[in-house]
Structures are given as structure tokens and as C-alpha cells.
Design a protein around this ligand. Structure first.
Ligand SMILES: *Cc1c(COP(=O)(O)O)cnc(C)c1O
Length: 405
């Protein structure tokens, strides 16, 4: 359709919120308005020559679901545009995206630098499995640029960071670290799950690859697992090739959920950020609370960096209780009832957890200490409920803590 062609030629230069709604639509002959879901494991050819052309000459026609699918392609096109990337590859989960990226770009003997403040499963993957293949994993304190600088003096294939970090909300200066990585010939990979492209664009700051767990804010309603990696075409192609044989393919149905999630990403991120900031400011005033970690707070130790690098603070905050014990933390959790006691984040429903005994419960005490995850730390991923109702829920938690129940 001519109107569609005209629009698709213009979209690359349109704003993120327009791309979020319109990018990646290639309407079929049925003239559907919403994006179709191609739930099919393979694709048929009109004749043998066309089939041979697809298999042997890469003509571009879809072949088989592990290799390509139009719904997944639409999702990739849309996310790439929103991250300002040349290319995107989707994976079954966020961890699938991380595994595929590392296996596509690293080999036995390679040194990998990883910030201390990363997702628990990421650390497990790196330390328990990649080390088996003789990759050297070295943890670097998230915020200490001078330690990164000296670590990069020895050749490293890849630097892996998450910013803001989970659950302590520490920031990595992406622009400064990317300059160091570039000089060292090290690929900088940023997990942008906590902010999404609506609040932070790491590629524009110099990162080479951006990882997503689409399970979180891209879905936004806690329904489906998925992952993605975006960046230059030359860096995405090896990831695509790996996924085609590695098989950690995204489901087309999930790709459709994420496509629809991207449409509302920006307004949801603004709403999550607004509520999280209000709750963080209120928590700072509560006598039961020792310290609040939130990227949007004036008291955040990296305030200037947060303002430079992020458009808002995002939905996740954490805080430490003045009563430093596990019992106090559990009493708080057990006293609340509105916030869901679950490990997921990025949902319309607010979630709360005790990282030391859940998301980061399988790490060693030493690693938890290194990551700043104490027994008195609580993480809240603020959803879209009323802030007043969330404060009331926290009050119920504090009351339970005070009464020792
Ligand atoms: C959840 C998460 C992951 C892993 O994603 P899955 O979709 O659960 O595999 C990776 N990084 C961060 C920051 C996450 O929050």
C-alpha cells in the first residue's frame, strides 16, 4: 500500500513515541490495522525454485520459525528504532539474550569484566557456566571508574554492566566507561532493562550493545518472557547466527505482546517514575528507614550523573531498614498486602521482595556483601497503583515490624 510505504520511509526520523506505535508494520493483503501474530512453525513456497532461492541464496523469504518470523521481525524493527540501533535480535528470555551475546562474541580464554551490581542469574551464568569454558570473569565495582580503568589495561573482550544496578540502584557512567572501553578495544554491553529506551539510550552514549529482558518494562504487565539485544549490524549478525542454531528463539505470540507493550512504554515509564519518586521521597522521611536508593532522588550519591544520563529515575527503588535483621525485613514484607510478594519487576502491579533471600539468595555471602545486599535491604518495583495506597501498604509493613509480628 502506497500510504504505508510513504510512512515507513519517514518513520526513521520520527520521535520515539511515534516509532513505538508505528514502526515495523508491514501490512498483509488482509489490510489488518493491529499487528498480526504469525503462529506458524514453518513457511511454504509456491515452487521449488523459490524454495531453493530462500535456502541457498538467502533470498529473504521466511523459512522456519527458529530462523525467522514476521511478528518477531516487527518487534525487532520497532525496538531497534527506539534504541537508535541499526539492528536487533530477539531471544526467548533476557538470559537467553545475554548467553547468546556472550557466546557469539567471546571464546575460550577471553577475559570478561562484569560490574558487581548485576542481575543474580547473570552472575550465575558468568561465574558458574562461562568459567567452565575457560572464560575469565572479573568483577569490577559498579561505580568505581578508576578500577575499570586499571582493569582495562589488561586486554578484555567484553565489559558487561547494568545501570541502574539491581537492587542497589548504583549507576555506571556509560559515556566515560565507553571511552575507556573504546581505547582498550573492549566491547561495552549495557543491560538497559531497568530504564528501557524511554529513559536511557546507551548506544547514543557510546555502548556497543544493549541487552533487554523484555519480560520487564517492555511487556509491562507481567505476562511473557522474552529478551533482545540491539546494536550495530556487524555485532548483531553473530548473535542472530548463534540463536538460529542455539535455538533460544522468542515465541511469536510473546513478540506480539512486546510489540503492543512498546506502544505504551514511554507513558508507562513516566508514570512508574513519578510514583517511584513520590514513594522514595516519603520513605526517606520514615523513622523505620535508614536509607533509600532511587536514581531520581536528590540524595542519590550520583545525582549529577543520573540527571545527565537518564530522563527520569525509573520504577525500581530499594531501601534499608534501621532494624538491620532478616526478621525485621520479613516482618515488613509479611505486614504488607497490596504489593505483590514476587521477584518480577516492570509490571503494572507493584512488587516487593527481600533480595538477600530471593533474587540474590543463591549467591555466596561474599558476593552479596560485594554487591551491597544486606539482610535489611528491601526492593520495591513501583507499579501503576495510587501512591497513597502504596504508602498505606508500607505503613502496614512498618507497623508489623514495630510489633515484631
Ligand atoms: C530479569 C532480568 C534479566 C533476565 O531476564 P529474563 O527475561 O528473566 O531471562 C536480566 N537483567 C535484568 C536487569 C533483569 O531484571
Amino acid at each position: 500500500m502506497k500510504r504505508d510505504d510513504r510512512l515507513n520511509a519517514l518513520l526513521q526520523d520520527m520521535a520515539l513515541e511515534t516509532q513505538a506505535v508505528r514502526m515495523g508494520i508491514h501490512r498483509t493483503a488482509e489490510r489488518e490495522h493491529a499487528e498480526p501474530i504469525f503462529m506458524t512453525s514453518s513457511f511454504v513456497f509456491p515452487d521449488a525454485a523459490t524454495m531453493a532461492d530462500a535456502f541457498v541464496n538467502n533470498s529473504g523469504l521466511s523459512i522456519y520459525g527458529r530462523i525467522d518470523n514476521p511478528t518477531i521481525d516487527s518487534f525487532c524493527e520497532r525496538l531497534a528504532a527506539m534504541e537508535g540501533a541499526e539492528a536487533c535480535e530477539a531471544a526467548a528470555t533476557g538470559m537467553g539474550a545475554i548467553l547468546s551475546t556472550v557466546l557469539a562474541h567471546c571464546q575460550s580464554g577471553d577475559r570478561i569484566l562484569c560490574s558487581t551490581g548485576v542481575f543474580g542469574a547473570t552472575l550465575q551464568l558468568f561465574q558458574k557456566y562461562l568459567q567452565k569454558f575457560n572464560m575469565q570473569i572479573e568483577l569490577v565495582p559498579t561505580t568505581r571508574l578508576e578500577v575499570w580503568e586499571s582493569a582495562l589495561k589488561t586486554p578484555a573482550r567484553l565489559a558487561y554492566v547494568e545501570t541502574p544496578s539491581n537492587p542497589t540502584i548504583e549507576l555506571v557512567d556509560i559515556a566515560a566507561l565507553s571511552a575507556l572501553c573504546q581505547a582498550a578495544g573492549t566491547l561495552l554491553v549495557v543491560d538497559n532493562c531497568f530504564t528501557s529506551p524511554a529513559l536511557q539510550q546507551p548506544l547514543a552514549l557510546g555502548a556497543d550493545l544493549v541487552i533487554h529482558s523484555a519480560t520487564k518494562y517492555i511487556d509491562g504487565q507481567g505476562r511473557a518472557l522474552g529478551g533482545a539485544v540491539v546494536g550495530r549490524r556487524s555485532l548483531i549478525e553473530p548473535v542472530t547466527t548463534f540463536i538460529r542454531s542455539g535455538g533460544v528463539t522468542m515465541s511469536p505470540f510473546n513478540a506480539w505482546i512486546f510489540l503492543k507493550g512498546l506502544e505504551t512504554l514511554q507513558i508507562r515509564m513516566a508514570a512508574h517514575s513519578e510514583r517511584a519518586l513520590a514513594l522514595a521521597q516519603w520513605l526517606e522521611e520514615q523513622p523505620e528507614v535508614a536509607r533509600v536508593n532511587y536514581a531520581g532522588l536528590a540524595s542519590h550519591p550520583q545525582r549529577a550523573l543520573a540527571q545527565r544520563q537518564m530522563q527520569a529515575g525509573g520504577g525500581v527503588l530499594s531501601f534499608t531498614l534501621a532494624a538491620g535483621t532478616r526478621e525485621a525485613a520479613w516482618a515488613f514484607l509479611n505486614g504488607t498486602c497490596l504489593m505483590s510478594l514476587t521477584a518480577n519487576l516492570g509490571d503494572a502491579k507493584t512488587t516487593v521482595c527481600h533480595p538477600a533471600t530471593s533474587t540474590h539468595g543463591r549467591l555466596t555471602d561474599a558476593d552479596r556483601q560485594l554487591m551491597g545486599i544486606g539482610e535489611n535491604l528491601i526492593r520495591i518495583a513501583v507499579g501503576l497503583e495510587s501512591v497513597e495506597d502504596l504508602k498505606a501498604d508500607c505503613r502496614r509493613g512498618f507497623a508489623a515490624l514495630r510489633s515484631g509480628s
